[in-house]
Design a protein around this ligand. Sequence first.
Ligand code: PLP
Length: 321
Amino acid sequence: MSFDQSKWVWMNGKLVPWAGATTHVSAHALHYGSGVFEGIRCYATDFGPAVFRLDAHLDRLYSSAEIYGIEIPYPQAQMAEAISEVITRNGFDSCYVRPICYLGSGSLGLQSRDCPVEVAILAWPWSPYLGAEGLARGVRITISPWRKFQSRMMPTTAKACGQYLNSILAVRDAVSRGFAEGLLLDADGHLAEGSGENLFLVADGKLITNDERHSILLGITRDAVIRIARDLGYEVTVTTLEIVDLLTADEAFFTGTAAEVTPIREVDGVSIGTGGPGPITQEIQRVFFKATAGQDQRYSDWLYPVNWEPVMPETMLSTVQ
Ligand SMILES: Cc1ncc(COP(=O)(O)O)c(C=O)c1O
């Protein structure tokens, strides 16, 4: 994938052309990863593009920023409007949205005094993160040799730039060995999460997942799936997960904004269940995509409609006046 240079980026309060959305090499965040970000999806619905769980994503962005002492210079409502503006200006009906707030150029001391907080919002079309085939048929994954960092070392509930080096190590190792994704264990050897996804198991018709006590990011898709599963009448237990629970599960799947609800069909060569997407995973997937498409009234408050109007090319504006 390469980015479409004709698109616009919201940067520090205004829309700028893609190529103009730059930052200086002395930016603190480039050297130390001192930034926070979100990954959000906007879906096509019958009433136009709609951002999925925007409030929850912005709440997490602002709390990640608070943890790292990054003061976002815009109120949350303005960030929501800016996200809408980026989607509208670029004419997307569905896309992935990436707000990032990071320390810019000022000094390179670790204490980061004098560094301005820069804010940018990017958007681009992004197909299913673990592949359309993975979404339909399930993915083959591996248990990563890299452990998830312990939440007392860095707050795993925050989505901060530098923290992702751990995920990068895990996914690079997995892909280099022919797997779609790596599943990280926590420091004590319990299951934590994928490099960019939370984990669910299905056993005896019940769902099981873990929580922040196992150093995971508390995913917004995870939260949506817990609600969907309970609404479907399934029991959902939040507890410690062991490798053996995964290997003996009837079904397993990943959740995440990028990966959505992706079945796991194999772990290090061991088939999970029948080796394909299980029926409960597929049922949850179906309801999840109905919710994101605005076709299930129970979840309509999860969608933030973007008032999409085709933007008139600049060259035509003068003829209209
Ligand atoms: C490490 C990690 N875990 C879990 C998730 C899933 O979180 P969400 O469902 O909020 O996208 C992500 C993606 O944001 C992630 O990067």
